[in-house]
Ligand binder design. Structure first.
Ligand code: FDA
Length: 305
């Protein structure tokens, strides 16, 4: 992540900045661009609108770092409700979950039980659960829990690999071998040089290596990026190898490069949009601004129209 992005993440933790962003109506408009709404029904409407435009979705109930087992249990029930509600609305039951929201900082045993409850519901409704990847302090535990539950629910759970992490090449090789579904991303957290590449060209280079590995040997991978260079390279590789549109999907975030989402879908490729909803939008929102401080200016300009 660039220096400016690291600075945005650091400033966002300041209490006064947090209060200003949460209370200002100006920021509210920006939040509305990236977050589908504060409740599940708003997210269902957004998902239906995307479906009308031939885009699929994965729903993310915002929240992370829960501080009590009770909060983690509440998160489980909101995730299972989301899966059931998507199914009853005739939409694909596909969600993304963060293990810190299921109690990863409190107890690994409880986290496994919580995730298993969600996966049992996913199986009932023929749905899919993607485990988002968080900061590097959680990588090993997240992969350990994923691999354990993938043995039991191979068709209903997938993982995320971040190309900026130095360990990812070994992880992705192992995950491809077990035939699990991977979402490939660059990585959104501020990480030290000891664990992550700091240089964007190296992060991109790793992304390209892993994208090719996934397309050649992976199980229905998701290539999740807004980066034109990486999207073009993915299309070029798939074209050269003769891979059909059903072999992989692209993924982008709600509110980011909407024209590009539609353009790629109109060209016959699969595009899934990551749809966050809920009241706990602050950390998600600041990561989006940190990735691309220009997003803040872009949204402000559009708000005036
Ligand atoms: P990046 O933001 O680096 O942009 C690259 C280039 O794209 C820019 O230089 C510009 O040319 C162009 N561009 C980008 N935005 C544009 C815009 N609005 N308009 C015009 N051009 C634009 N991370 C993580 O750590 N764990 C996770 O689980 C996930 N999950 C996840 C799911 C999905 C569906 C996505 C898309 C992303 C994630 N991420 C994530 C976030 C990811 O790690 C990464 O931080 C962001 O996707 C930003 O990197 P990009 O590769 O998208 O492009």
């Amino acid at each position: 992540m660039a220096m400016l992005g690291q600075a945005v993440l650091a400033i966002s933790k300041n209490r006064m900045v947090t209060r200003i962003v949460k209370q200002s109506s100006l920021f509210r408009g920006m939040v509305n661009r990236f977050v589908a709404g504060e409740d599940l029904e708003s997210a269902i409407v957004a998902t239906q609108n995307l479906a009308d435009q031939h885009l699929t979705a994965t729903l993310d109930q915002l929240g992370e770092d829960v501080r009590s087992i009770e909060e983690a249990t509440a998160a489980v029930s909101s995730y299972t409700t989301t899966l059931e509600r998507l199914a009853s609305a005739g939409l694909e039951p596909n969600i993304s979950v963060k293990l810190t929201m299921l109690g990863l900082d409190l107890s690994e045993t409880v986290t496994v039980q919580n995730l298993e409850t969600i996966l049992a519901t996913a199986r009932q409704v023929s749905g899919f659960v993607r485990i988002d990847m968080e900061g590097s302090a959680h990588t090993a535990a997240t992969l350990r829990i994923f691999e354990r539950l993938h043995d039991q629910y191979p068709e209903h759970v997938g993982i995320v690999i971040q190309s900026y992490l130095k360990r990812s090449l070994a992880d992705i090789t192992r995950i491809i071998d077990r035939g699990a579904r991977v979402r490939l991303v660059k990585g959104a957290y501020a990480e030290p040089e000891s664990v992550a590449y700091q240089n964007m060209s190296e992060v991109r280079r790793q992304f390209l290596v892993m994208m090719r590995m996934l397309l050649d040997a992976g199980h229905y991978p998701a290539i999740a990026t807004h980066d034109p260079e990486l999207i073009e390279a993915t299309l070029a590789h798939a074209g050269a190898k003769g891979y059909g549109a059903d072999k992989f999907e692209f993924q982008m975030l709600y509110g980011v490069r909407r024209d590009e989402q539609l353009r790629i879908a109109a060209a016959g490729h699969r595009m899934r949009v990551y749809v966050p909803f809920g009241t706990e939008w602050y950390p998600y929102f600041t990561r989006r601004i940190a990735e691309r401080p220009a997003n803040a200016l872009f949204v402000l300009r559009n708000l005036r129209r």
